[in-house]
Design a protein around this ligand. Structure first.
Ligand code: P6P
Length: 333
């Protein structure tokens, strides 16, 4: 495959599908540049005085890591001046972040989890940035949280950067999923995988097994059958992976199939799972569906969920279509 830059890819994609106007191309390039900066900070580790906690808490009541705060700042500063955005929203900020008055407002709204998997930062395990792009409602003057309350099917773009052995950017603008690898010497994103597809079948599942006693019956049944392996109703053995970094687990699934699950459980019946709809589940669901996979909350398509709150949580089952359909079917029984 011809090695082309992210910019050349976006220009050629615009010529093919007429769905990446200059302002959206600028948005994606600016976010990609911010992810390069985050990758640089992440890569420094202890040498950059960026490990450990920031002695602050986010809206979720989680202690923020220094890198959570640094990554959030990097994305805010990178996107404020371009004139492509009306507002931003982040896992790390309680309310939305309108573009400062000194800059022109644009037609897009950017949501992100600036550094997902923070519990892995201090132990050098892959982490990532997840982002989602919505269009601002027509005629919007002053953006409010309500303007962000659009179902995931309204996303015009979604992507993530994974900071692992390689730094990679996975992106969809609605016509398939492509992957770019960061060329650190040149400082540029190079197209390395085109049209990623998730195998329909898989032998690999991802869930945090330590929560097993809290799962509701459909998930209990689904996992128990897989653990029975060849001798059980599935008549095949399964493997398990749980990195506790959604970006890393999803990236593996995009490359070789699998099913990722973070179900609601009885630990806190008021909280439908741990992952957030707007800037974790929705962007990952768009990417997974664009790669031929499926993504549900156990009942229906994640991308169809009408949001009510910016930081609302949602159960997540995503990956190889046949497995997501099976476990979703168990919820329906
Ligand atoms: P647990 C990271 O904190 C995260 O939001 C996802 O990236 C990851 O899949 C999940 O939580 C891990 O959760 O409960 O296994 O630590």
């Amino acid at each position: 495959m011809k090695r082309i830059s992210l910019t050349q890819y976006l220009v050629e994609e615009q010529r093919l599908h007429d769905n990446i106007p200059a302002s959206l191309r600028l948005l994606i390039e600016v976010v990609a540049r911010a992810c390069k900066t985050i990758s640089h900070s992440v890569g420094k580790g202890a040498l950059g005085d960026i490990l450990g906690s920031a002695d602050t808490e986010n809206i979720q009541g989680e202690v923020q890591k220094k890198l959570d705060v640094i990554s959030n700042e990097i994305l805010l500063e990178a996107n404020e001046w371009g004139g492509h955005l009306a507002a931003m929203a982040s896992e790390e900020m309680e309310s939305i972040h309108p573009i400062p008055n000194r800059y022109p407002m644009g037609e897009y709204m950017l949501l992100f989890d600036p550094l997902d998997g923070s519990s892995n930062i201090d132990v050098n395990v892959s982490i990532g940035t997840i982002f989602s792009v919505l269009k601002a409602p027509e005629g919007m003057s002053q953006p409010t949280e309500q303007d962000f309350m659009q179902p995931g099917s309204q996303q015009v773009a979604a992507g993530y950067a994974v900071y692992g052995p390689q730094t990679m950017l996975v992106l969809t603008t609605g016509n398939g999923v492509n992957c770019f690898t960061l060329d650190r010497e040149m400082g540029s994103w190079v197209l390395t995988q085109k049209g990623m597809r998730i195998p329909e079948e898989t032998k690999e599942f991802s869930i945090n097994m330590s929560n097993q006693r809290h799962w509701y019956p459909p998930v209990q049944r689904y996992i128990a059958e897989m653990l029975e392996g060849k001798t059980g109703p599935r008549a095949k053995d399964f493997n398990m992976r749980w990195i506790a970094s959604m970006v890393a687990d999803v990236h593996r699934i995009l490359n070789r199939g699998g099913i990722f699950m973070y179900p609601a459980d009885a630990r806190d019946p008021s909280q439908p799972g741990k992952l957030r709809l707007m800037y974790e589940a929705n962007p990952m669901a768009m990417i997974v569906e664009q790669a031929g996979g499926a993504a549900t909350d156990g009942k229906g398509r994640i991308l169809d969920i009408p949001p009510a709150k910016l930081h609302q949580r949602v159960p997540v089952f995503l990956g190889s279509k046949s497995e997501v359909e099976r476990v979703t079917g168990y919820h329906a029984e």
